[in-house]
Design a binder for this molecule. Structure first.
Ligand code: BG6
Length: 481
């Protein structure tokens, strides 16, 4: 991989939370690892009236604290030499003239990356103003941060507006879950081994669970979160990507479009929900006060009586030959009992048993994406001594221990991929819109539904109704298996 492509990165929303918590710290890590071209430059841009020194003072106080490893004063000093700042209000075309001048003055024509870490309502105008000063030429790539719209229509509108100024291959729609090493490893597990793929279908798999559970609540993001909710924040994007990587067919190659073609097919094969079937198949939850922690409704900036969901569980079905009849249970929530992202494949039971105890726990494959990056295959092993009892035991690989070495954080990997023009880990327009299409009946149902979300106590595994969703099929969530 050519990791030494020269670049100018124009970072809109440079004083914001994402830039300070993730983007700048990840760029620092890439710098320390020698993965950034020595002349690569980062131009912070926002509405704030700051000069370069004022911005660097903010970076010192707000970004440096998020660097958890490899910090050294000398590396930091050389990293910040890459950084400059310009005040630009995305709604003011005249501000873009100075921006255009500044980028052109560098005479670095290889690569310009414009990262729009702003609210999506500014994307169209930002792109229009960039185009006015030529910052949409073929050497410019634009990165769009999620959420891309609030529903299918607004997402289509943004995509149409952006497409007026940028070609599809210049557009990098980010979903940081795709940058996670552990999620990419799922493709290796499936398609670089002979053992799993033959079993990876409805003949051998009874059900699949995809979980992204977080222990934190909405913290200081109440205002954003209340108009967003877990469905838009996590399901339409991160969980959907996990589903695609788990269920997709083998792509012809790992090229961007080959992979994305297969992912789109999965989303399009999902059995469409209807406004009515949502009542049966989707659980909307909201955390309530417990263990001295606030409930969602007591969090800062959350309006009284809000119905916004902090938890979603969905029973999804994929209507293709490989997966017909296998329920896919998706769930995500804030303030749950643990922080974990995992994929659980529950295998079918044997047709008959000659050992005692084997019928109680059919094989199970657990792929943990975080906090650890591990794969555990639960198999039946004979209990020592007389008798013919077996008990489930995990064949377990912890990738962090088995394959030590630096793991790039998702944003670092993705930022480097944009600099190097690699699109495979970014969403294509059709993929994203198909995902919106799938969740639309849920949004429509909830917009009309006067029934409050199901409560679940902070630091629990979610509402009782989500347990019932699985119990109906004779299944249980992983923590209860
Ligand atoms: C973000 C959501 O996209 O993903 C956050 O906006 C969420 O609400 C975060 O906390 C989770 O990411 P990760 O990598 O910590 O699982």
């Amino acid at each position: 991989m050519n990791t030494q492509t020269n670049f100018d990165m124009v970072l809109f929303g440079a004083t914001g939370d994402l830039a300070m918590r993730k983007l700048l710290p990840c760029l620092y890590q890439a710098h320390v690892a020698g993965l950034l071209h020595p002349e690569g430059r980062i131009l912070g841009v926002s509405r704030s009236e700051l000069d370069g020194a004022g911005f660097l003072a903010k970076v010192e106080s707000n970004a440096k604290i998020h660097i958890k490893q490899n910090f050294s004063d000398s590396q930091w000093a050389s990293f910040i030499k890459r950084i400059d700042y310009l005040t630009v209000d995305v709604t003011r075309a005249e501000h873009f003239e100075a921006l255009g001048e500044k980028v052109k003055a560098r005479r670095q024509t290889e690569n310009v990356v414009v990262y729009l870490s702003t609210a999506p309502k500014f994307f169209a105008q930002a792109c229009e103003n960039l185009a006015k000063v030529g910052l949409n030429a073929d050497n410019v790539r634009v990165v769009l941060e999620k959420p891309l719209g609030t529903d299918l229509q607004s997402s289509q509108q943004i995509n149409t507006d952006v497409a007026k100024y940028f070609k599809e291959e210049q557009i990098y729609r980010i979903d940081h879950y795709l940058g996670k090493e552990s999620l990419q490893n799922l493709l290796a597990l499936r398609f670089a081994n002979i053992m799993f793929e033959p079993l990876w279908n409805n003949k051998y798999i009874a059900s699949v669970q995809l979980t992204i559970a977080e222990q934190l609540g909405v913290e200081e993001r109440g205002e954003f979160y209340d108009i967003t909710g877990a469905l838009r924040d996590m399901v339409q994007n991160h969980l959907m990507q996990m589903l695609c990587m788990t269920a997709m067919e083998r792509p012809a190659s790992l090229d961007a479009d080959a992979v994305r073609d297969e992912k789109v097919k999965v989303i399009k094969s999902l059995k469409p929900l209807t406004v009515e079937s949502v009542n049966e198949n989707v659980i909307r939850g909201q955390y309530t006060a417990a263990e001295g922690m606030n409930g969602y409704l007591q969090e800062t900036d959350v309006p009284a009586g809000s119905f916004t969901e902090t938890y979603v569980a969905i029973k999804a079905e994929i209507e293709n030959e490989r997966w017909a009849g296998v329920p896919f249970y998706l769930r995500t929530g804030k303030r749950m009992a643990g922080k974990v992202a995992e994929i659980v494949l529950n295998f079918r039971d044997l047709d008959s048993h000659i050992f005692d105890g084997s019928q109680t726990a059919p094989n199970r494959l657990v792929i943990e994406l975080q906090p650890s990056e591990s794969v555990r295959l639960y198999t039946q092993v004979k209990t020592p001594g007389a008798g013919n009892n077996v008990e489930p035991t995990a064949l377990s690989v912890d990738m962090g221990k088995e394959i030590p070495g630096r793991r790039q954080e998702a944003y670092e990997r993705l930022l480097l991929d944009v600099i190097n023009g690699k699109l495979a880990l970014f969403n294509r327009r059709d993929e994203l819109e198909a995902a919106w299409e799938y969740v639309m009946p849920i949004l429509e149902n909830w917009a009309e539904n006067t029934q409050a979300p199901h409560g679940y106590p902070a630091h629990s595994w979610g509402p009782e109704a989500a347990r019932e969703l699985l119990a109906r099929d004779g299944n249980r969530w992983h923590e209860e298996q």
